[in-house]
Write a protein that binds this ligand. Structure first.
Ligand code: HEM
Length: 486
């Protein structure tokens, strides 16, 4: 009996010890230390950086199959945790700014946009400035912008001959600078100051290099030119604003909207703020839109079945509306919309979205694994990788605009944040409707008036650019025609 009792007591002691140990570990050891996401294997210290420099998407392609949808890369003294796929990225897109913020990770934009705007101001001010963006991009405003886009497009292509060979990429970049100038920067810039202003924007552009992300104020010639260009732009816009105010002239452009915007406390925007917000708009919208226009064309010329579907849609609209094109007619172009959306799924120009995490949080993966992400991590997701997940998109590397058609809607079936070329949630792109209208205005004009043939090889991706686009020239042969409406 004594022996039995002793045996029972020892067993009880062991069980009690295990329970207490479990309790202590649950209470004392921070949760995040127990369930950290797996880490990318790399050489100590600079291994992570080397993996990242090989190309973030290359790294994701290698690691996702091994580590799953949530994993961490040690990048020098920082941990970057990736969230790949809609099942794990809801928090990334929806978290309040106090939990996941953009300010620190997008700081490198400050010397380009200038002081007092966007990432140089507190979130409460930034929110108000984004309200100015939203107001300047309302449907009533967009209708006016579309008329200007159409005039610019017609004018630009009227200068092409009856037939010829052009670099489509160059042509579309050029046209989009012109339309952006008119709709965003205003008539004064478009009509009188275009050469000066586009040269200055060119310097701003060239001042944003991969090295600028880490050292935005490094004293290199490109940064010096960037700073001078921004000062000169500020001067030009100060004059335009002063002259509009003096004459009481009001225009339908983003410049006017920003000039007329007021903060909640009644304070009007300053000239420097208006300039900074316009620069930010151009940076957000110009390359992204011209790159997407180029991919759209390249895919349509390669996939004749979709080209003829788009042409049929144009013919039907011409039967209905004649040659007229406006905001509402562009909005009827569903087939063209899907063709653009699919080009953008395969080639989102912003390949990596970042936030800085200020709170611990947990995430559960599709296969039920739970991870705790400690505060202090940089969190990231990648449109370029997540837009091609095979459990969301059937045959994901194939160009198939019909995947968005009624009945399939692959991006909707898989739930929110399955298609993230425009981001989503709290910081989703404010310029998405503007971008689609612009690209549709260009392509409906081109397809109605020209026949095309791609004469250079199908373009490759230029992974080295800050806004990832098309490598090299995209040569096409064109012939003027009038689209027959039978
Ligand atoms: C094809 C064209 C475009 C693409 C692919 C694109 C993509 C994106 C993406 C991915 C984001 C989210 C960034 C993040 O979450 O960190 C974003 C935000 C934004 N975009 Fe666009 N964009 C395009 C065109 C435009 C245009 C034309 C404008 C304005 C005229 C614009 C204005 C903005 C603004 C203001 C934000 C910030 C929203 C916020 O943080 O609340 N974008 N864009």
């Amino acid at each position: 009996m004594d022996v039995d009792n002793k045996f029972f007591n020892v067993a009880l002691l062991i069980v009690a010890t295990v329970v207490v140990a479990k309790l202590i570990s649950a209470l004392v050891i921070p949760r995040s230390r127990k369930r950290l996401p797996p880490t990318v294997k790399a050489f100590p210290v600079i291994g992570g950086l080397l993996r990242f420099l090989k190309g973030p998407v290359v790294m994701l392609r290698e690691e996702y199959p091994k580590l799953g949808s949530v994993f961490t890369l040690n990048l020098l003294n920082k941990n970057i945790t990736f969230f790949i796929g809609p099942e794990v990225s809801a928090h990334f897109f929806k978290a309040p700014e106090a939990d996941l913020s953009q300010q620190e990770v997008y700081q490198f934009n400050v010397p380009t946009f200038g002081p007092g705007v966007v990432f140089d101001v507190d979130y409460s001010v930034r929110q108000e400035q984004f309200r100015f963006f939203t107001e300047s991009l309302r449907v009533t405003k967009l209708k006016g912008y579309v008329d200007q886009m159409i005039t610019e497009t017609e004018d630009y292509f009227s200068k092409w001959g009856d037939s010829g060979e052009v670099d489509l990429k160059y042509e579309l970049e050029h046209l989009i600078i012109l339309t952006a100038s008119r709709c965003l920067l205003g008539q004064e810039v478009r009509d009188k100051l275009f050469a000066d202003v586009s040269a200055l924007f060119h310097d701003l552009d060239n001042g944003m290099l991969p090295i600028s992300v880490i050292f935005p104020y490094l004293p290199i010639p490109a940064h010096r030119r960037r700073d001078q260009a921004r000062k000169k732009l500020a001067h030009i816009f100060a004059n335009i604003i002063a002259s509009r105010r003096e004459t009481g002239k009001s225009e339908n452009d983003m410049l006017q909207c920003f000039m007329d915007s007021k903060y909640k406390d009644g304070r009007p925007t300053t000239e420097a703020e208006v300039t900074g917000l316009l620069i930010a708009a151009l940076f957000a919208g110009q390359h992204t839109s011209s790159i997407t226009s180029t991919w759209t064309g390249a895919y349509l010329f390669r996939h004749k079945e979709f080209l003829s579907a788009v042409l049929d849609e144009q013919k039907n609209l011409m039967k209905k509306h004649g040659n007229k094109v406006d905001h509402d007619i562009l909005s009827e172009m569903d087939v063209l919309y899907r063709c653009i959306k699919e080009a953008l799924r395969l080639h989102p120009p912003l390949i990596m979205l970042l936030r800085s995490s200020h709170c611990d949080f947990s995430v559960t993966t599709r296969d039920g694994k739970e991870y705790d992400i400690p505060k202090g991590h940089i969190v990231a997701t990648s449109p370029a990788f997540a837009n091609r997940l095979p459990h969301i998109y059937k045959d994901p590397d194939r160009y198939d605009p019909d995947r968005f058609a009624v009945g399939r809607e692959e991006d909707k079936v898989a739930g929110a944040f399955s298609y993230i070329s425009f981001g989503g949630g709290r910081h989703g792109c404010l310029g998405e409707p503007f971008a689609y209208l612009q690209i549709k205005a260009i392509w409906s004009h081109l397809l109605r008036n020209f026949e095309f043939e791609l004469i250079s090889p199908f373009p490759e991706i230029d992974w080295n650019a800050m806004v990832v686009g098309v490598k090299g020239k995209v040569m096409v042969r064109y012939k003027r025609r009038v689209l027959p409406v039978d």
